[in-house]
Design a protein around this ligand. Structure first.
Ligand code: ZN
Length: 277
């Protein structure tokens, strides 16, 4: 499942293509994604000019010169492919946006999603903070806004576990299941600790771990794009060197005890019982 670093990697790749690109053609092969794609997406998006993409949580947002926003959500298995025009349609390609980039070359931006938990939307820029996917987003995980002073009051009354809190997009936007385990392992905080039991110092350690883990992952993603551009143009998935996630039964890097996998609200949570308190 793509998390913030994967989404940011896709955004960076799109940035090179879509800035000032003219939308020449939009093909929609399937409307029934996680939510129904608007009927008028094709008509409204064609002939518009895209601007620099930005990210909110795990959503990619591409503004246009007509003051609209194209939103891309990769969901569980969504991928963006940037390909030369005249590519063959592959299985699970649902939307094709053909653009003429600033350099006059034509590219096809394809939304591919086997499980169709993702979404593509197009709406007026002025409605951005009312959009149903964006209006409840919490503090951006990589922004300067994420501080102890801002975060502590949001979690002071939460009896739920810190693991559960970290992946709640209404509290912090951008952390998913994989990186929540990685962040808590680095911060040496037990995932089951209730959020309101954490001291200021511990919250600060989690925030620092969050920045470190996400930034490192984005760096790996960037390297992937530069050095290993995949022939099919697929973006958004790259192998991370994870320290704890997926390592149940293997030795902890700090203390050599075995890593444990525990379900917290039905989601796998990996941790070291000895190091994380
Ligand atoms: Zn350990």
């Amino acid at each position: 499942m793509p998390e913030l670093p994967e989404v940011e990697t896709v955004r960076l790749a799109l940035d090179k293509i879509v800035k000032n690109a003219l939308v020449k053609k939009v093909e929609i092969y399937r409307y029934d994604l996680r939510w129904k794609v608007k009927d008028n997406l094709k008509v409204n998006l064609e002939k518009d000019i895209l601007k620099k993409p930005f990210r909110m949580g795990k959503y990619i947002l591409i503004p246009t010169i007509k003051n609209k926003i194209l939103l891309i959500h990769l969901g569980m298995s969504g991928q963006i492919k940037i390909q030369k025009k005249n590519h063959l349609k592959s299985k699970h390609d649902h939307i094709d946006i053909v653009v003429q980039a600033e350099n006059k070359l034509t590219y096809s931006i394809t939304y591919n999603d086997p499980r169709r938990f993702g979404f593509v939307d197009f709406f007026n820029k002025k409605d951005i903070y009312h959009h149903f996917l964006l209006k409840n987003l919490g503090i951006e995980a990589l922004s300067k806004e994420l501080t102890v002073n801002k975060l502590k009051p949001l979690i002071n009354n939460r009896k739920k576990s810190i693991k559960n809190t970290l992946i709640d997009q209404r509290v912090i936007a951008g952390i998913g299941n994989i990186y929540a385990s990685e962040i808590l392992y680095r911060a040496k905080i037990h995932p089951k600790r209730s959020a309101n039991s954490l001291s200021n110092q511990e919250v600060d350690t989690i925030i620092k771990a969050c920045r470190f883990i996400l930034k490192k992952a984005i760096k790996v993603g960037g390297t992937t794009i530069k050095n290993h551009a995949q022939p099919d143009g697929k973006l958004g998935y790259f192998s991370q060197k994870l320290k704890v996630y997926g390592r149940a039964g293997q030795k902890c890097f700090y203390c050599k005890n075995n890593i444990i996998n525990m379900l917290i609200t039905k989601r796998s949570t990996f941790y070291c019982d000895h190091c994380q308190i």
